[in-house]
Ligand binder design. Structure first.
Ligand SMILES: C[S@@+](CC[C@H](N)C(=O)[O-])C[C@H]1O[C@@H](n2cnc3c(N)ncnc32)[C@H](O)[C@@H]1O
Length: 193
């Protein structure tokens, strides 16, 4: 059963002002660096890359300089990536909802700090798997929960954004092929297609 939001899904992200976006950027350095390290060790196998929920394009700038890259995001923070004066000509940013948009498959599909806020973590993972030729990588920043049998899905104080915590047990049960790792207090899910 899914919780009802007080505003349609995505409104939280499409109405956020730039100052609030900046305050998001922020303290997730270890997650972005870990993805960067992993990518650089595996990159030769990925010709095409899709980032889901790319926000300002932080990971694009850190990892994908000189590489063809598509970033999508439902929210207006993507305007910062689209209009960045140092934007890489090989980078494209499109404002769309991954769950409903028509998208082609990419070798690598990844999402950083997004699954923490989606309506259904498993539907999100299934969607990313359906878009990937070779590899899916998902980083969740909201903890590493070994105890709960199921994902915890709550909403924030204003009721307009999901706050999820992934359950390692549910991930292992539903995606036995996944590599699940802990990074400080966050969860990494890697699925090879
Ligand atoms: C916490 S921010 C993380 C942004 C960026 N990945 C980072 O780590 O800096 C979550 C992002 O996911 C995006 N998002 C949430 N649901 C989405 C969806 N269904 N399709 C595309 N983007 C989505 C939001 O708009 C927001 O930019």
């Amino acid at each position: 059963m899914s919780l009802r939001l007080t505003r349609p899904y995505g409104t939280y992200w499409t109405t956020m002002d730039a100052e609030r976006w900046n305050s998001f950027h922020y303290n997730q350095g270890a997650i972005h660096e870990d993805f960067d390290k992993w990518y650089k060790a595996n990159a030769p196998t990925f010709d095409t890359v899709l980032e889901v929920g790319c926000g300002h394009g932080e990971q694009a700038r850190i990892t994908f300089g000189g590489h063809k890259y598509l970033g999508i995001d439902i929210g207006n923070g993507i305007e910062i990536a689209q209009n960045h004066k140092k934007k890489d000509p090989l980078h494209e940013f499109i404002q769309i909802d991954v769950m409903t948009a028509k998208l082609t498959k990419h070798d690598l599909v990844f999402a950083i700090n997004v699954i923490d806020h989606v309506e259904s973590p498993n539907a999100f993972i299934d969607r990313l798997i359906s878009l990937a030729n070779k590899q899916v990588v998902i980083h969740s920043y909201n903890g590493y929960d070994k105890a709960s049998d199921n994902h915890t899905i709550k909403v924030n104080g204003t009721g307009d954004c999901y706050l999820n915590k992934l359950s390692v047990k549910e991930l292992t049960r539903t995606y036995p092929q996944a590599e699940i790792k802990r990074l400080v207090s966050s969860t990494i899910v890697r699925i090879t297609i």
